[in-house]
Ligand binder design. Sequence first.
Ligand code: ADP
Ligand code: MG
Length: 323
Amino acid sequence: DLTINKIAAGEVVERPSSVVKELVENSIDAGSTKVIVEIIDGGKKLIRITDNGCGIASSEVDKSFLRHATSKIEKIDDLYDLYSLGFRGEALASISAVSKLEMITKTKEESIGTKVIVEGGKIISKEPVGCSNGTTIIIKDIFFNTPARQKFLKSNHAETINISDLINKLAIGNPNIQFKYINNNKPMLNTPGDNRLISAIRSIYGKDVCENLVKLKYKSDNFEIKGYVGDNNVYRSNKNLQHIYINNRFVKSKIILDAINEAYKGIIPINKHAVCFLDIKINPGSIDVNIHPTKLEVKFENEKEVYIELRDLIRRTLLNNHL
Ligand code: ADP
Ligand code: MG
């Protein structure tokens, strides 16, 4: 139902950056190794996401715009398995309800692709088209049919910053994927996609930030952790330099930041925020992620244990590095 989709869109699609988030997460879920994000006017005028993932078969294309249509839940238990990014089957339905959408997609099994145009949730046209494997989605005129929400958008500049921050997070969280980001026809970012976290950090934040990062690699019964923490005081006031991913999701975690700061105490005095790029894998059953798209706070079941283990791990690593 188009009205329900329009209302539901409010939950998923708050602003252009939320559209970019949902679409890029779909590209990641589709197994892409290259994702191109292009925006014009902070995404208000145009968002184009191109990936080289699995694509959608012509026979499945219409379905992907239906609410709760997802190819990602086999059984209801999977709802609790947070390894897959998308599982609500709401994004495409919601986004297409409040924009003018064009999708070009092809699976590798098909010899010809599909081009579909959706406006305000209605499929306007669907036809075969020659294209390469993967999916391109173009979103034009976001909120064209919900003027109240359109008014709520910030300036092009502010919306662009939101999108840039998001792309940085996605690129650092997925160093195996080459991310290209183009803003108003200007290339902004091109990560190598060489599966090295440090390469992604370097291409986004520059080599200065990479200096003095301490490498962590550790596995226990509680969690597995890979990444870097920083003692680069110059950058400590920059909150953008805190990247924590749990099971591939960007999250905020005060307990982890506290553990890092505590570990540094007595070794290297730090005054502001910890610099960290952490990729943490943990049994999904032992964390509680508030799965609302805009809420990222994660809670650990055995919070105290995780805190102590992480603090001691970082402290040990720092001491080894500074001897
Ligand atoms: P969800 O991601 O929660 O499954 P979405 O509304 O985001 O729901 O997407 C609906 C479905 O469309 C997905 O389950 C997937 O099958 C398909 N899909 C969407 N984007 C892509 C893409 N870039 N590549 C391949 N399939 C896609
Ligand atoms: Mg999705």
